[in-house]
Design a protein around this ligand. Sequence first.
Ligand code: NAG
Length: 434
Amino acid sequence: MAGPAGRRDKNTVQSIRGTRIAVAIVIGILFGGIFAFLYPHGLFSPIQTSPFQGRRLSKSILQIGSTACESTERMNMLKSDIIDLSRKNDELKKQVRDLTQKLMAAEQKNGKAEQQVEVIGDPQKAGPFGSVKGIRTNPMVLPDSTVNPRLAKILKKIAVQNELIVVLANSNVKAMLEVWFISIKKVGIPNYLVVALDDGIVDFCKENSIPFYMRDPDEGIDSVAKTGGNHAVSGLKFRILREFLQLGYSVLLSDVDIVYIQNPFDHIYRDSDVESMSDGHDNMTAYGYNDVSDDPSMGWARYAHTMRIWVYNSGFFYLRPTLPALELLDRVAERLSHPPPAWDQAVFNEELFFPSHPGYIGLHASKRTMDRYLFMNSKTLFKEVRKDGDLNKMKPVIVHINYHPDKLPRMKAVMEFYFDGKKDALEPFPDGSE
Ligand SMILES: *[C@@H]1O[C@H](CO)[C@@H](O)[C@H](O)[C@H]1NC(C)=O
């Protein structure tokens, strides 16, 4: 027969035990809830270690709460887990911050979960008015010489400060390659490489001690060159350049119809993923302008403003070894590798400039248009510069005979004009082609 005291004792024991259970359950639910909130889809990959602890912890607490509350062993486990956790406190705080950002980004999408938004780097306070600058210079990739050890060896010898001029040539353009090479030699540029696409160019390079690289015929992309159609071959350039970037080098891609008058590396800014010469012929067309289109039928709203820029020239551009630059090369090569056939320069510009929109993720590459008088196209030279008493005294860095089909004689004339001081060398040529 249990007296009131005994019953009270038993009640007390029970209520203490009950309180413990309740506390454990509350803690369990609390922690479980927190972790379920923080890691709704399991764990984000870069932060595997400590969230794993968290999940293990919440599970063990819940077990204690629901079944084996009296197990002191488990309570000890819980204690050590908590100590563990508080040690990781700082790390967790940072993760919570990152995750909160991701959550907010997801919420902004209003339930239409599409792309996961990756937030890179720690959040920063914005500085005062006029002082903030977005990131334009992306980090370089980690050089990986296993991609092409033979090329890596060549580049180690040739490159200056991890950059070099690269030109692709086959025997059809041998005469132009010769002028190209003579101008480079006159300027004294040491860091350039000819990618020889056939044996004729290999022989030519050997005869003239021009540094060259011929790709291994067993390499996959060479079969593209041999068996692929025309547009497949035009994608070759972008595939070859990829390896240079993967090896950690910045590349100044050059066509052969270019005359060098100064060392271009003294005039590169190196602040963007892509730095390119323009096909533009004045400041507006080269650097961009607001082109107003007119639809009179709209009356009050007849004028619509459009953004225009003449294309970047895909025959002379500088790439830093960054992910966006690599992505650009991959995108262009991919599109050129299958129908519909496309002009590589058009594809290059579309990939570079079209923004993301429904059904499309645009490239996020930073870009810079080169100075149009220093990196001069042949329209600028023949329509404007040669006729202007001030401009024709300035020395460009390069002249690209991209606007004219009679490339070789114009290249030679440019050499005479800028190297030999022959003032009338450019005169025999019409502005455009006839
Ligand atoms: C063209 O652009 C250059 C460089 O920004 C500038 O120095 C020059 O004054 C501009 N010329 C004209 C006519 O606006």
